[in-house]
Write a protein that binds this ligand. Sequence first.
Ligand SMILES: NC(=O)c1ccc[n+]([C@@H]2O[C@H](COP(=O)([O-])OP(=O)(O)OC[C@H]3O[C@@H](n4cnc5c(N)ncnc54)[C@H](O)[C@@H]3O)[C@@H](O)[C@H]2O)c1
Length: 388
Amino acid sequence: MRHINVAVLGACGWMGRVHSNAYAAMARQFPEIQAKVHVRWLIDDNFAGATRAADGFPGSKASRDWADAASDPEVDLIDICLPDKLHYEVAKAALQAGKHVYCEKPLTDTTEQATELVALAQAKGLITRVGHGFPINPVHQLAREIIQSGKIGDVTLFRGAQHVDSHGSPDAPFIWRLDGDLARTGIVGDTGSHVFSFIDYLVGEVEEITAHCPVVFKERPEVEGAAYGSFSGGRNTGRRKAVTNPDLGMVLCRFKSGGVGTIDFSRIATGRRFMQRYEIYGTKGAITYDYDEITRLNVFYLNDANGEQGFRAIDVGPEIKDYRSFLPLANFGLGYNEVKALEASQVIQSIIDNLPAWPTFADAKRIVALVDACMASHASRQWEKVRS
Ligand SMILES: NC(=O)c1ccc[n+]([C@@H]2O[C@H](COP(=O)([O-])OP(=O)(O)OC[C@H]3O[C@@H](n4cnc5c(N)ncnc54)[C@H](O)[C@@H]3O)[C@@H](O)[C@H]2O)c1
């Protein structure tokens, strides 16, 4: 039985807590995994919170300095749940120290940074993984199998969207996600990258992009203690701060395979608490997905008998192992936290087997390149080639 020691960075935030919970549940939820996972460090600027979180992991330590994880020879895996800007610097230090790295999305601020990390990980022979967790939901394994089997033919059109309403109100407060220094690409790297992760997983590489990614609300109230989703109805304190990254993105793309895509995403879709959808049309059929029916795929085949054609709803269930890890019956629905636990379990399995699994840093670099191309196209008002 392997022992794998993990350091969770940004342990008190949303993702830090989601990842920590995944490790805590691993032995119960994934008994087949031949490793004992120990959370050794809980690291956060919020030292009191990290200390409290460490109470949940016997033998763990709290710190406010992420360098403690990189310099600890006992740490095997560094799990980065910090704001976007820190991903590159921390992942680089972790890889240089010989640690496997699991990093939240977007991997980096720029394609150049991602390229550097990919080369470093390859040179060191380390496992890397990025938290583009949505496609890990087993329902998308089925979508991928159907597409790769050729049953819907060649993909001609992809339509994808992801919207939240955290900042629909002009008076929803400023948070770090709206700061172009801490999150260079704003909503493009935030929710746009999730739609791009579906493109990478299901459709394939993108040749070129044109995008409009404006800052819709130029400033926001500063609200003490504001966090993602808090005070989304707005709170005007009289103090305002400039928003310095995009609020929304409208994107057209052309795939290397010849099809086209249309993608939109935002944080200002008032009333859309969380919306994520895709529609994939092919020469022989189509697939559609809506997060509101989280384990259901709608599939249409042109070769169904004339008069009997129509979308059929497939509820994935325990015939897929990753679903069976949680539930014995179909259509009970997997939650966000369960899918992230699955993702964390795959990271541990990758370390045991020394076998990378999608999305590695090399895969996530393609997603960063799409984000980069959107930012470049918005600035140039032109179609931009996606760098590979
Ligand atoms: N995969 C997903 O579905 C998903 C969902 C949400 C967030 N994310 C990504 O996860 C990352 C974190 O987002 P979040 O929503 O958890 O943010 P958050 O603000 O909830 O948490 C970030 C944590 O990092 C800590 N922190 C900030 N700077 C630090 C530093 N220098 N040293 C130590 N600790 C520091 C903060 O105190 C906070 O607790 C982001 O990159 C985001 O894009 C991914």
